[in-house]
Design a protein around this ligand. Sequence first.
Ligand SMILES: Nc1ncnc2c1ncn2[C@@H]1O[C@H](COP(=O)(O)OP(=O)(O)OP(=O)(O)O)[C@@H](O)[C@H]1O
Length: 765
Amino acid sequence: MTDYETRKRELGVIDFSDMVTNAARILEEKPAVLGAIMDEVDCVIVDEFQDTNPIQFTFLWALARRAKRALIVGDTKQAIMGFQGADPRLTVALTQQFETSPLDRNWRSDPRIMDFVNALGPCLFGDDYTALAAQNAAGHDTALEVIELANKRGARSGGKPQHFIADRLLSLLTDDQVTIVDRHSKALRGLEPRDVAILCPTHNHCASYAAALRALGLPVRVAEGGWWQSKIVQAACFALRFAVDPADNHAAICTATLGPGATPLAEALGALARNGRIETPELAALQGLWPDSLATPVDRLVHQVIQVAGLRDWCDWLDDPAQMRADLLRFEAEAAAFMEAHRDMREASGFYGQSANVFLGWLENKVGLKGEDLRPNPAGAEADGIEIVTWHASKGREWPVVVVCGLDHKLDPRAGTFSTKFPGFDDLDHVIEEATLAYAPDFAAPEATARFLHELYPESEETARRLLYVALTRARDRLIIEWPQDDDKVEPPLPITARRLLNDVCGIKLQGNQITVGSANFPSRMTICDKEIPASFDTEGSVCLASSNREPRFAIEKRAVGSLVLVVSPSQAVATARPLPRQIETRAIAAGVRLSGSDLAQATDKGTAVHEALRILLSRPDLRDRVGQHCRVSDAEVQLLEQQAQALRQTLAELGYTRLHIEQPIELELADGGRQSIIVDLIAEGTDGFMIVDHKSGPVADHAARFESYWPQLAAYIDAVEFKAGKAVRSAAVFWTETGELTLGQVLCGTNERSNLTTPDWGMR
Ligand SMILES: Nc1ncnc2c1ncn2[C@@H]1O[C@H](COP(=O)(O)OP(=O)(O)OP(=O)(O)O)[C@@H](O)[C@H]1O
């Protein structure tokens, strides 16, 4: 661990837990920082407090205890993140030391579900359990249901639990009599797949239930995250990183080992150690994209990377090729979205520039937001499907109909895992200082492992109780419990399962059409399953809920897709009908600026900074003092850019253009059905026409030749400006920021006709 810490320091990097610990340390050691933050905060609110681990707590506590007001919301009954170091005793300690106001009402569930949960509560949590009074009226339909399985989950023949659940959901969804209360209108309406969730203990369970539902043509949303971690997406990310920085060894190793070549890790590391480089065809092809990759727009670069690394073909060799292709398509779509996202929007969320690394940071940030990591469904039109989530991921969520599955899953402590131990929580200011890390070793001899695991059983059982509580409290209208066969194990240690908790701890009994808990009876619909696979699976495919052939109620309506609209960017135009100006002259108008800041490593970042600085200096010279910090450029550079802005203004005025339109957006519909969305850096307006100026931040040697190569782009701007403004563009210019020169030419054609406005010829430049 010490070596790890030292190495991190040497490399100047931090890991995820450092982010929280360092932040907490800064607040502790630098009162001025804490003061500056707290000056801006009126109230600190922490939700889902029971899942806060003590490291996070130290950070949040530093804020909360100095806040003018603090509100902490949590429920120890739902503390299920122990594996991340959360300790429910922290919540208990807090409730003992501060004023609390218990929540004793429930606005979610049908009272018949709540009565059942309230009967189980004291069995699971003892006297600490506060019954929640249901606030909603009882519905008209069944609220509790049990599906009792005849087979054990592992039985080799007959139907599996997922078949019976899928079969039951199919009948519910095709029965017009089944209704639920619409959350918004409060009116009764028919049940739809999106109203239903299946809660499973593990991701593997989720996958098997999804497969069974799909086999019956039921639409499914496996709401587990995983797109970002999908093999193809990770491979694409690393390949992209490598394409913009072939010296990035980490990206090289990951691309070589993850990607199509599947080089063994030892081999890749060996090659790196011996030769300082790994040689694979993919890496060679990716390296070939460099250094052009630094200046290629990200969406185009992503496309090139996928092509040269052969990622699309590789999908066919992976498990679930359709899913992989869908994942990869989303990656491409995200690159396009990144390019299209308005610069201000990106910058507002802290992402400057358009480089590949900024894109990956932007994407990672986006994926981290709730609900953004879902994998696209390869079949499409599944957004309205039945959701399948783990018990853990169901926390905080709710659905009209919830099926709780996998009560037979073992929740025993596991060997080879770490846990955090805290001696006490009396002194909330110093909880972390006494903490220790405990490890449950995994020995070859099971009895040796068992000795260590033995003492973890009580804690695991507590967690199992809370997990069960979370799962049972997600339903609004109908709670369906899959009731597995017992495992028949009688010798201790008995496995910890939710089923055993319900049987042995709560004393649940299933009798006739009711569930009995102690002396209380709860009416419930009982289905006692056969051993055989349900008949609906014999006629596989004949049920017409398949995504391509589903009734409109189950899917997005089927309709012809209109012809695609081409969105065109003039910077990609490679040809124009407009003749090149006959005379092209270049004038030096100011000193050149070449940004040197290490913050702006990529060519595109530098270009963005120059454009942004000129935009501000031309349109809001009064904000000059804030340009340096905003654009991450030095004072000396701001001064040069300011001189350039003044020189531009003056030169344009001398040419007769006194009114400037800075970064003018223009949106056009083209005659051939395309759309053009452009931003012209500078449109200068004079009495009898316009001059357009485009800033270029790269080096320039042959001005006239470069002007000519940009001419299709400038011509597209001219067309657009003439069409929108109805006045002629008299001249066009490129302002080379690196040299402070202006290259300009007289525009030869007159006012454009709308019919002339067509998609510029574009392709790979
Ligand atoms: N005062 C209220 N009036 C009507 N409906 C409410 C009210 N408060 C909450 N609800 C509804 O009750 C449901 C549960 O609310 P919410 O998710 O905030 O509860 P919670 O305490 O966070 O639940 P849990 O911790 O079990 O996930 C939601 O559908 C919410 O819209």
